[in-house]
Design a protein around this ligand. Structure first.
Ligand code: 5GP
Ligand code: ZN
Length: 112
């Protein structure tokens, strides 16, 4: 999608610090990290938000890629948080589905 910043990252038009890439997915460091480890995992295909897809393979891949990155970043043992903000009220600011992987510090509950 033309005006989507995450699609531009997929195309290499905007730089990002990649931590994982395969034919269908990309993971990179969040520009404004909220934890010592803050990685965004996205499908290369543009999907605006969670509520706009029923693609189980795509959704499962987001989770398994995040889990593998958590292992590699050594945050699996202590624990980490996965977040998918969906829609404005939940705080979604980029309309290209993305999974936040957050870890490396104690998390609070409930989230704000
Ligand atoms: P949301 O609020 O939509 O759930 O998350 C969007 C995330 O994208 C935010 O955490 C924000 O910091 C991150 N972000 C926005 N623009 C950029 C960018 O240009 N580069 C990177 N690496 N992250 C971005
Ligand atoms: Zn996009």
């Amino acid at each position: 999608m033309e005006d989507c910043i995450f699609c531009k990252m997929v195309k290499g038009e905007i730089p990002c610090r990649k931590v994982y890439e395969d034919t269908g997915f990309l993971a990179f460091l969040d520009i404004n990290p909220q934890a010592p480890v803050h990685v965004l995992v996205i499908p290369k295909k543009h999907v605006a938000r969670l509520s706009e897809t029923g693609d189980r393979e795509l959704l499962g891949s987001l989770l398994s890629i995040a889990s593998a990155i958590a292992e590699r970043e050594n945050i699996s043992g202590k624990g980490y948080r996965i977040v998918i903000n969906t829609g404005r009220e939940a705080g979604q600011t980029v309309d290209h589905i993305h999974l936040h992987l957050l870890g490396g510090r104690k998390m609070n509950w409930p989230p704000g």
